[in-house]
Write a protein that binds this ligand. Structure first.
Ligand code: CUA
Length: 345
């Protein structure tokens, strides 16, 4: 209904209408309050204006009135709070089986890596109707990955991963903005989200790829000499990484952590911080020796060997990123095919 209203961005994800509904509710409530207050101000000014021979009467409190004007706003605020929390949790909780895409931000560009191996810059191809989870980090300062048409925005921080997810509902090309001031060319740190029909997307994702991200990770793993210590048979000087992703890890200092993306990342860059119980602090840091892309590839590789060979009764299926390569389609579309009727909104 608001598609032709220029201040209203297009709705192109499943989250969009939830955000918009709450926003419209806020507009209506605050608009009605503003009108109500204006009306009362005018009414009272006229009704109780100064007239000759009439003395103003001092009125002392009214408990009933005070309770009313406290309780009603309280209930309205509680509606906003609960509704807002529900939308927030929906936005913050990526579905477990979402397609995973790695994003590395730097001054001033977005570097995208798909699990299948496709890389792109300032452009993200996604299929329509599939959940997509972005695993994002920054090489330098704080950026923010903002897609107005999807109503999603998430800060992208150096030194850790943050995530964002969406499910696109309409093929087309949508704006991508950096929404956190990050230096002189912040306003130029923009791009396109290209939403394609599944068949077009399969053709794109399978064309001209350098192989799965997890395979790149396996290569990096070998090149950096990780394998002799992190042996699959658990006889090495470091913990075996088979099946570790998504599991709980006991640490030397008695704590335990879940081996998620951020933990694996920290172990690569700051191995002493959360050392696994029973192992010596002999692993060197790889801070400065590996690029963000290589860290992403390593994480994808470790996830892959976790998904492929679940160890003793591991129920976790938190990730199947590396094994989640879609079937080859007999795509007639050339690489990078644009969706029909696409236009920047
Ligand atoms: Cu990156 Cu602003």
């Amino acid at each position: 209904m608001l598609n032709n209203f220029p201040l209203w961005p297009q709705q192109a994800s499943t989250l969009a209408r939830h955000v918009d509904a709450l926003y419209i509710f806020l507009l209506v409530v605050t608009g009605m309050m503003a009108l109500l207050i204006c009306a009362f101000v005018i009414f009272f000014a006229a009704r109780f204006r100064h007239r000759p021979g009439v003395r103003a009467e001092q009125i002392e409190g009214s408990t009933a009135l005070e309770i009313t004007w406290s309780a009603i706003p309280f209930l309205i605020f509680m509606v906003i709070f609960v509704w807002g929390a529900l939308v927030y949790f929906k936005e913050r909780t990526p579905p477990a089986d979402a397609t995973e895409v790695y994003v590395v931000a730097k001054q001033w560009m977005w570097k995208i890596e798909h699990a299948e191996g496709q890389r792109e810059i300032n452009q993200l191809h996604v299929p329509v109707g599939r959940d997509v989870k972005l695993i994002m980090t920054s090489q330098d300062v704080i950026h923010s990955f903002y897609i107005p048409a999807f109503r999603v925005k998430q800060d992208v921080l150096p030194g850790r991963y943050t995530v964002e997810w969406f499910r696109a509902t309409k093929p087309g090309v949508y704006h991508l903005f950096c929404a956190e001031y990050c230096g002189t060319q912040h306003s130029g740190m923009v791009g396109d989200i290209v939403v394609q029909e599944p068949a077009q997307y399969e053709a794109w994702i399978n064309g001209g790829s350098t192989g799965p991200l997890s395979a790149t990770g396996e290569k990096v793993f070998a090149e950096l000499g990780c394998a002799p210590c992190h042996r699959a048979d658990a006889q090495g000087r470091g913990p075996s990484l088979q099946g570790v992703f998504g599991k709980t890890v006991q640490l030397q200092d008695g704590r335990s952590v879940t081996a998620d993306e951020n933990y694996l990342r920290e172990c690569i860059l700051d191995p002493g911080a959360k050392r696994v119980k029973g192992f010596q602090p002999i692993m060197p840091t790889f801070q400065g020796l590996v690029t963000e892309e290589q860290v992403n590839a390593l994480v994808a590789y470790i996830k892959g060997i976790s998904a492929a060979k679940p160890a003793d009764g591991a129920k976790t299926s938190a990730s199947k990123a590396a094994t989640d390569v879609p079937a080859q389609s007999n795509g007639a579309q050339p690489n990078g095919a644009q969706p029909n009727g696409s236009q920047v909104q």
